[in-house]
Design a protein around this ligand. Sequence first.
Ligand SMILES: [Zn+2]
Length: 807
Amino acid sequence: MSNLYNELTCLLEAASADVLELQRLHRRQPSSVTEDLVPGQRMIKTLLIGILCGAAALTIGILIGHFGITKSGSSAPPWLQDVAKDVDESLIETFLSEVNTLRIEENLRELTRVPHMATTAGDERTVQLMLKRWQDPETGLDRAWREEYLVYLSFPDPKKPNKVTVVGPSGDVLHAIREKEKPYTAEQEDPEVVQPYAAYSPAGHAKGKLVYANQGTPSDYERLNQTVDLAGTIAITRYGGAGRGAKAVNAAPYGVAGVLVYTDPRDINDGVTSDAGETYPHSWYLPPSGVERGSFNGQFGDLLTPYLAAKEDTYRIPAENVTGIPPIPIQPIGYEDAYVLICALDGDAAPQNWQGGFNCTYNLGPGFKPTSAFSASDVQMDIFNYEEKRNSSNVMGVIRGSVEPDRYVIYGNHRDSWVHGAIDPSSGTSVMLELSRVLGRLVKQGKWRPRRSIIFSSWGAEEFGLIGSAEYTEQYFTKLSERTVAYINVDIAVFGGATLSAAGMPSVQNVIFTAAKQVNRHKAPHAAAAEPLTFGLFAPQVAAPGRVSTSVYENWLRFSNRTSPALGLIPRLGHITGAGSDYAAFVHYLGITAMDFSHAYDRTKSSARTYPAYHTAYDTFDYASRFIDPGFLSHQAVARTAGNVLIRVADSLLLPLNCSDYAETLEQYLTTAESLYQEQLSAQKIPMEPLKRAVANFRSAASHLDRVIGASDLKNETPLKVRRINDQLMLLDRAFLNPLAFPEKYAYRHVIWASSSAGQPTFPGLADAYAQAESSGQSRDWERVHYQLSVLTQSIDGAAQTLVDVI
Ligand SMILES: [Zn+2]
């Protein structure tokens, strides 16, 4: 019908042109021959329009005949063209060309003007910024709004700063730990810079002999406890190995009174320690007084409202019932102070793999050497943290889908930081704002509207435990489960300049590769000059002069790859197994296909466990623009790749999710499980055959669906068939959910991607249960292994069932 309508409009336009012509002729007084010719030409033009309209009508007639008569015997419905429309490659090219480094840079400058820790005035400023951008009449989205939750947070008391001191036998303070980081630029002097602290550490006073407990893992304390009586001690630990809060949780059973945690220069700075020319502001390395802040809780979401959205009137559990948070005080400190403490420790030398980057032997303690200035002294901790319920906002924005508005592609990042948060999270938000600007403008100009709805989300209070995104998934649990096609997360967009890094379910591998191949990697003209400052973190392969050197895909392939049985040598797509950012609730709780993008530094050139200014007062615009991404080309590469994926998922007729790639990962997990567990399992008479059959079933179901798709001409088939296949692809990850599989792991329900402490790239429930049974040897634990094997087998079988023909 829309075709017929067009044809009529065309004819009407020609007719009205005739009328206008007559009116003009009527009014005009011809004064010369040349002028007389003009109306004649117009008549010819009118005639030509008529002929063209006739030709168009003929073509349309043929099309109607094709769709209307041969298929159904009636005329084509008006929605037919829209419904069969596929992703538009020229639109993607337009998008790629419009992503602008200068705008990303400006976004970052704007977002990082002041510290914006969750629920502070600075946070509210960024809420207003997001709303303003997403409500802009020329470049905004269809609609943008905020959603508030009343969430349980933890802060230090500015009036009573946390103190850590070395106290002599007579009570005199021999050393006091620095309370705020040393200023090198104006940003560190902002009064809104929060004192370094451990969120959710209890307030309290602890005093005792110092011991060195390595990374504070259960085995570290166990090892230390063999030679040192830990009761009443203060344990100093380094970041890494165990979760932040776990360092205190693991210590408490040994009677440890308090825990300190610091970042060892070996783990973050490639050994660099001097701020006289070596660390920031001279390089990306962490200055001696830099302290990593963080949340020390053990689960994601608001702690008082498990499995419920934290609305004002929601039921809350009593605060004393919260589990997984430190039972004893814990405080992070800089390596400058850790050096003073550790190098004065008495006792036996710590094991070789416990030694770190200081130029002294790390002894275990307890207490300080008699020869040191701290002889016979204790370490005292005075922690004044307090908890408070505060309003935290998510900012949401949508572009409504044209054909399938009830199918959502969600793109998100958190907005809150610890201090200025230039890299974490503002690099990702700068990218999101640029991406939404380009897409919003296309929508406002009437040039594009996605097939499916796009939801942009700027999450609040992520740093305290992924709270904004988790509450959102709890509030809209049913709607999101039923309608969300995929979640795309870009938190820290750029760690360094070397390569794209992506993680996700195996089904998104293909669309990420397609997008990454299409994005060229540009070399900043001034990047060569920046190279000494970034300690060679730009890849040498792309250091050749000239602008375009290679695609994001080719570059990624060089840095991180694997051999796929089906596809050969390909870039390595990471797995999303933990809860490192806001994808967690989508993956683990809702079973939504998800992906996470960033740009990484070259790990052969730096062994830093993350970018060195992470969660410190040095993560500023100056730091980001001089040392992490001068020229903002890595930001641009991430924006282009993630945006390209977003458009493809939102616009493709057939969802670009590939279940055969999923089958490959399940097969690899199975191979690993067989080699690790088969022998012991058969000794315990626990058969692995059902699992093998399930994985084989999944493979054959995936191949079958691929054949169905391959044999279909989806543009010319009933939209219900397209929708049916798309629903199979969309719901595949939902099929792996088992709400009862991991009762001890809050909100973990995805049987394939749940976190595991076994450290093996294989099925997590099986791996953890096996590790437990192997260490205890108890039959009860072997029964747990059998149970987990059955959960897994039936989950994979169940997922395979969703891919075969409907009945
Ligand atoms: Zn972050």
